[in-house]
Write a protein that binds this ligand. Structure first.
Ligand SMILES: CC(C)(COP(=O)(O)OP(=O)(O)OC[C@H]1O[C@@H](n2cnc3c(N)ncnc32)[C@H](O)[C@@H]1OP(=O)(O)O)[C@@H](O)C(=O)NCCC(=O)NCCS
Length: 198
């Protein structure tokens, strides 16, 4: 679906197809954002990043389950951030979900190795994914996440669009981003891929 993604470091705005950059002027914190290798060769490295970023293996298991779900997994929309030596230091992905009958995208999980957190890697990966989604003519991205983090990307409470999560969550944590303000946003109940559970 989406083309190969590539992006540069956080101090500059994301521009497609550009070389890696550095954060804060430190060469040790240079990274590149690109689509995960399509041949599966980075699955272990991705799992390592997710397990390091989260306290349990739940999120890594979720990504593996999504990988097996041909309806949910969208080739090209699983991205990694790599260090200059090729080490995978971040991972994020968009998978297919629906709002009632309309297709949408779920952003989850987003993970950065602890040593690399708060240097713009997460921001760069999310911008890359949102740009790729927009280029693929997608309209709606949903995220269940920290209300202090995601609004910077334009996310607003999903309830404002009449979008309801399938479980009890604080209103300010269920967020939505309409990629094209000129197009209608579907209202209704979110139906996640089965890997997310009931
Ligand atoms: C959340 C996460 C993906 C952000 O990536 P990152 O590369 O560290 O973030 P960036 O450097 O791009 O952005 C830094 C900003 O994010 C904020 N931020 C980072 N983690 C945050 C969190 N858990 N809640 C709220 N804000 C957070 C920082 O305060 C900082 O804000 P500022 O720019 O106003 O100072 C990363 O910290 C991570 O992997 N955390 C553990 C896993 C997790 O909680 N994932 C998100 C839920 S799916």
């Amino acid at each position: 679906m989406a083309e190969m993604i590539s992006a540069q470091g956080a101090d500059q705005p994301y521009r497609p197809n550009e070389a890696a950059g550095t954060a804060g002027g430190s060469a040790s914190l240079a990274w590149t954002v690109r689509s995960e290798a399509p041949d599966g060769s980075e699955i272990t490295a991705v799992r390592r990043v997710i397990n390091a970023a989260f306290p349990t293996a739940n999120e890594a298991d979720l990504v593996e389950a999504l990988r097996q779900d041909r309806d949910a997994w969208l080739p090209g929309l699983s991205v990694v951030a790599t260090a200059p030596d090729g080490e995978v230091v971040g991972h994020a992905l968009l998978t297919r979900c629906h709002v009632d009958g309309s297709p949408a995208l779920a952003l989850a999980p987003v993970a950065v190795l602890p040593a690399w957190q708060r240097h713009g890697v997460g921001t760069a990966m999310i911008h890359a994914l949102l740009d790729a989604a927009q280029a693929a003519d997608e309209q709606l991205v949903l995220v269940l996440g920290h209300p202090a983090y995601y609004p910077r990307f334009g996310f607003v409470p999903a309830s404002g669009y009449g979008i309801k999560p399938p479980f009890e969550v604080p209103d300010e944590a269920m967020l939505a981003l309409a990629l094209d303000p000129g197009r209608p946003v579907p209202a209704g109940s979110i139906r996640y891929a089965p890997a997310f559970g009931d």
